[in-house]
Design a protein around this ligand. Structure first.
Ligand code: GLN
Length: 225
């Protein structure tokens, strides 16, 4: 990390796996801050949206009053690491989502929820990650989404047979798996290093000023969470 002062990295803590993200960030020298209400967004330099249940998190973002102020911060270019449910909440297009589920729409991807099956179909895979030193990354997939469409300007950094599972666009990094499980902090490190990369050009212009709005696409056979 180049910043002389430890960056304050928010971890959305409405539901899901926030605590291990906070300890990974702290071990890397960042200052983790739990985000539960709008006031917690003040002064954060980046945000981790953890795994959990994207439908529940979407509801809690609404009821906590965080949705609108968070949309404003990400539209200004707040760096975001979205993991599993956090990837779903970050994507421009959600397949097999619930009709009332909202996403932040900050990375131009179509992601399908629960693409690998249910809880019992959880698995681990050693991923070759583009540019990541130190060998394959041990990734844990739990009711994970997969990417079905990658927009212009989005880099695919790792994939499995079913499709991309780690993507980035400037300082927005998303993955289908849980990088906080397993004690390997290299995905968090990669995110902290990318915090300073300006947002790339999306189909509609520079992401920092024109990040695309939320769009979800419920399927006819909407699967349960
Ligand atoms: N299947 C969950 C969802 O749709 C994501 C699971 C996870 O974050 N481990 O939100």
């Amino acid at each position: 990390m180049r910043a002389a002062i430890a960056p304050r990295v928010g971890v959305l803590a409405l539901q899901g796996a926030a605590r291990l993200h906070a300890s990974a960030l702290a071990e890397l020298g960042a200052h983790p801050v739990e985000v539960r209400q709008p006031a917690d967004l003040a002064g954060i330099d980046a945000l981790v949206v953890p795994g959990g249940e994207s439908t529940t998190m979407s509801m809690l973002l609404d009821s906590s009053g965080l949705q609108r102020p968070l949309e404003e911060r990400v539209a200004e270019g707040l760096p975001v690491l979205g993991t599993c449910a956090g990837m779903i909440l970050s994507a421009t297009e959600v397949l097999d989502g619930r009709p009332d589920q909202r996403s932040l729409g900050i990375i131009d991807l179509a992601v399908r929820r629960n693409a690998f099956g249910r809880q019992r179909d959880s698995f681990e895979a050693d991923l070759d990650v583009d540019g990541l030193a130190g060998g394959p990354f041990p990734a844990v997939f739990i009711r994970a989404p997969v990417v079905e469409r990658v927009g212009d300007g989005v880099e695919v950094l790792a994939r499995v047979e079913q499709g991309p599972v780690l993507c980035a666009a400037g300082s927005v990094v998303v993955c289908s798996f849980h990088p906080e499980l397993g004690g390997d902090q290299r995905i968090h490190q990669l995110f902290l290093e990318r915090m300073e990369i300006p947002c790339p050009v999306t189909p509609s212009g520079p992401a920092s000023s024109t990040r695309r709005g939320p769009r979800t696409k419920p399927e006819a056979s909407s699967s349960p969470s």
